[in-house]
Design a protein around this ligand. Structure first.
Ligand SMILES: Cc1ncc(C[n+]2csc(CCOP(=O)(O)OP(=O)(O)O)c2C)c(N)n1
Ligand SMILES: [Mg+2]
Length: 415
């Protein structure tokens, strides 16, 4: 007779649910300034402790403390604050535009603004990001990307540079180092590593920055990318944005319960950091560290950014169904905009009046951009690219069979 106990599986559960507050102790937050900063040429195995702690610079009083505090001028930080506020205001307006049916779909990065905007400040022109749909901050931090261009893509209007072929928010702006977003999650990671390897094979100096969410790390592409990055020491930054949720699935379901996502890197022979993603200074410092390593042929760096998805997953989601409605307010790492503002106030490089004035200025800027974008059409008025445009841009020279189909379309529909 079999006397063994029946086997059972462990199914991770979030520590909070609607009507029952989250216990955030699972995050294991280190005090600001507590985590060491290793030399750039550290060995991957020597970063093991960093994959289980949390690099933080800003303390509760808004002071920049510890070995990771970056050298940065207050004016540059004001630029960062501006980029985060612009991103948040842009998102809020586009969410409303979706509710007004001017856009079919939208995805905000509410609460995660520091990750992309501070990272953008650590990259050089010509570097290539392979983002997901929640890194609009990479674009909004740049002066050479107009909000009108982004909004025309969102509205799929006559000026949409992608001619309605991509889902709204899935931008593609090569000149801004922003690779076309693919809805197939985790493909970004293998593509970024391949791009970085190509850059090295060609003897170029440009590096790649790969982006993935906590949930998408469960895809095989993530692990394939780590192997290639490790073996060839590809010049790439491997960003894992752990915003605690993958639609309605808690990060523990993707494997964040008994270990960390940063620890995946160490296990694959890649130097890894776990960083407070709501701390603008920590994001800047860690991004610079990883970029310098990549540029110096010192190998890839994996960074797990701890943050919180403050809004819904997308306009098709209702997070009150699976997590406490006020969860974000209790997130121990706070709000990245409020924290950088507090730091600038502590430095006496900023004031409440300046903050309010900047907020108003940005609201007006976003509104003006929206007016201009809407003058080229929205989903409401059918100002979309001509149907015949679907035949363009697929091949450099249009092949005979497409020419035939285009002619057929024109003869049948009079286009
Ligand atoms: C390969 C693949 N599987 C599933 C989906 C459907 N899907 C879209 S977003 C998403 C959740 C992703 O969560 P995470 O990676 O944590 O990113 P976040 O949305 O939190 O930024 C899923 C499952 C997809 N787009 N691609
Ligand atoms: Mg997520």
């Amino acid at each position: 007779m079999n006397k063994r106990k029946p086997l059972r599986l462990h199914v991770p559960e979030p520590t909070g649910r609607p009507g029952h507050a989250t216990d955030f102790s699972y995050l294991h937050v280190s005090p600001a300034g507590d985590v060491r900063r290793p030399p750039l040429d550290t060995t991957p195995v020597d970063t093991a402790d960093l994959a289980y702690s949390l690099v933080r610079v800003l303390d509760d009083k808004g002071r920049a403390v510890g070995p990771w505090a970056p050298k940065v001028q207050p004016a540059e930080l004001v630029r960062g604050l501006r980029a985060m506020m612009k991103t948040r205001i842009f998102d809020a307006r586009m969410l409303i535009a979706q509710r007004q049916k001017k856009i079919s779909f939208y995805m905000q990065c509410l609460g995660e603004e520091a990750v992309a905007t501070a990272h953008a400040m650590a990259l050089d022109p010509g570097d290539m990001c392979f983002p997901t749909y929640r890194q609009q901050g990479l674009l909004l931090a740049r002066d050479d990307v107009s909000m009108v261009e982004l909004m025309c893509q969102l509205m799929s209007n006559a000026r949409d540079p992608l001619k309605g072929r991509q889902l709204p928010v899935m931008y593609s702006i090569k000149r801004a180092g922003f690779f076309s977003i693919s809805g197939n999650l985790a493909t970004q990671f293998v593509q970024a590593v391949g791009w970085g390897m190509a850059s090295a094979i060609m003897g170029d100096t440009k590096i790649a920055s790969a982006w993935i969410g906590d949930g998408a790390t469960a895809e095989a592409d993530f692990h394939t990318a780590l192997t290639f990055a490790h073996v060839y020491r590809a010049p790439v930054i491997l960003n894992v944005v752990n915003n605690q949720w993958a639609i309605s699935t808690f990060q523990a379901i993707a494997g964040g319960e008994a270990t960390t996502f940063a620890a995946r890197g160490v296990g694959c022979g890649i130097a890894s950091l776990r960083v407070d993603g709501n701390d603008f200074l920590a994001v800047l410092a860690a991004s610079r560290w990883a970029a310098e390593r990549a540029r110096g042929n010192l190998g890839p760096t994996l960074i797990e950014w701890i943050t919180y998805r403050g809004g819904a997953h997308s306009t098709s989601d209702d997070p009150t169904r699976y997590r406490p409605a006020d969860d974000w307010q209790h997130f121990p790492l706070g709000d990245p905009i409020a924290r950088l503002k507090q730091h600038l106030l502590a430095l006496k490089a900023w004031s409440d009046a300046q903050h309010d004035a900047l907020h108003k200025e940005l609201e007006a800027e976003v509104l003006a951009a929206q007016k201009e974008a809407e003058s080229h059409g929205t989903l409401l008025d059918g100002h979309t690219p001509p149907v015949a445009s679907m035949f363009e841009d697929v091949y450099k020279e249009m092949p005979a069979h497409l020419k035939q189909q285009l002619a057929q379309l024109e003869s049948e529909h009079g286009h």
